[in-house]
Design a protein around this ligand. Structure first.
Ligand code: 5GP
Ligand code: ZN
Length: 116
């Protein structure tokens, strides 16, 4: 746990969130500013700043996150979805705790324009 990290505080319950899933390695909750009808954030229950810091020692968290995404999307009958990881400032990462956005419930574009 990083005492200055927003998502570590959410995982610890110090800051409230709308939880959608939890297991020993993964915590998932609704994004506070959704960009689609379904917009959840999946985070590892250990502080990893970003995708750059994924290693052989911690990559099991990433596997567990994708397992959790498959479970939640099946339970909620979400047939089509997009998983997004922003890494670094130019890519739009605003919270420095590794997270994967699960976005669904609308038709999504692809290509240069969808990058904003
Ligand atoms: P990033 O821009 O780093 O890829 O994604 C961070 C996400 O965290 C944003 O989509 C933002 O809306 C969400 N977010 C920021 N602060 C909070 C918060 O306090 N609670 C929740 N549930 N989401 C947050
Ligand atoms: Zn953290």
């Amino acid at each position: 746990m990083d005492k200055d990290c927003l998502f570590c505080k959410i995982i610890a319950g110090e800051i409230p969130s709308a939880k959608v899933y939890e297991d020993d390695a993964v915590f998932a909750f609704k994004d506070i500013s959704p960009i689609a009808p379904v917009h959840y954030l999946f985070v590892p229950k250990t502080h990893i700043c970003c995708a750059k810091k994924i290693t052989a020692e911690n990559s099991q968290y990433v596997a567990k996150i994708f397992e959790a995404i498959a479970k939640v999307s099946e339970q909620e009958n979400i047939d089509s979805y997009r998983v997004i990881n922003n890494c670094g400032e130019d890519a739009g990462q605003s919270v420095m705790h590794l997270h994967f956005h699960l976005v669904a419930g609308k038709k999504m574009g692809w290509g240069e324009q969808s990058l904003g």
